[in-house]
Design a binder for this molecule. Sequence first.
Ligand SMILES: [Zn+2]
Length: 387
Amino acid sequence: MAITKKQIDAYNASLYTLYENLQNDLIDEICSHFRVDAPPSAMDEWRFQRLAEMGGFTRSAVQIIAKRTGSAPALVEKAARGLGVATVAADDAKYKKARTKGYFKTTPVPAASSAGFQRIVKESTRSATAYLNATHTTALQSSKKAFTDVTNQVYLEVTTGVSTYAEAVRKATRKLADAGITGATYVSKTGRVTRSQVDVAVRRMVVTSNSQLAGQLQINRAKEWGSNFVETSSHMGARPSHAVWQGKIFQLEGHDRYPNFYEECHFGQGDGIKGYNCQHDFYPFFPGLSTPAFDHYNEKKNNAQYAAEQKQRTYENAIRTQKRRAVAARATGDAGEETAARVKLGQLQKALREHVERNGLYRDPAREQIGKKVTALEKKMRKENKP
Ligand SMILES: [Zn+2]
């Protein structure tokens, strides 16, 4: 059993919840400075007061980030180590079985105590923590900018007569809730700027980082055993460019007997196996001993499943947006808006449930819920993933 994205999500559920809560707390803190039920008598004075509150707001935001994320590095390391141990233990069971059949002559040192294992886990944790620190800096800048943007938008709309004060606050804070707090900014080669919300950025980094970690540990272990062949997993819903190599045999070095793993599956690259959004695994393979464990799926059926899962992600994102709108409306004292967001939230949750049932999809509570259910999922995943 190698590591799947679902397992990664289960091991990191607490970290995801932490960053979703962080984003909601920052939105709450910003919006609490813009109460709809306190219309000002003079807008210039109102604007001056908001800008005077900026220093206090910044200190609060720094405290919120520090308080919310204090446990993040420990959570990252715990998940990396847990996933790492599970990954190599599962492969080791296969190597040991192959050894009883005369495939290997010696057994290497226990997996988790090897120097390679320790180095790879440490390096992965170090770079993930550095990424989180950069995310916190971006989130603070984004929060300060959001505070100023709301102030300016409300001021402009009220003084030009476009909106009443309450309408202007509603519009500006809803815009903030929809956009969320930025956690990562990418500038493409063509200069196009893409922003990701803080929780989305963290989740994407964790999934990619843990997938790569698992793959590196597996390859390290294969070298320790002196094994050169791997088999890729296959699953319904794989993207077309990965469907071509799923469920096949490769070799880690050379390409005389089977195609080369790095050349065909692009291990270590963003578009390859265990890269962005990839849910594929690979397993040790012993020519003459193993029989391929995976079917090479029908590609048409595979693509239909992929489309259904993409639609599921769209529902999950819409649910998170309505939650942020509810937070913003409550903080501004806007009861009508809060109710509207909660009604929409209920409808979306119902639609998602139906879509998941109709298409027989896996519903991941960590993506849209917090608290008890996440812990239950984590336990369930650990049980299921015992080798
Ligand atoms: Zn893949």
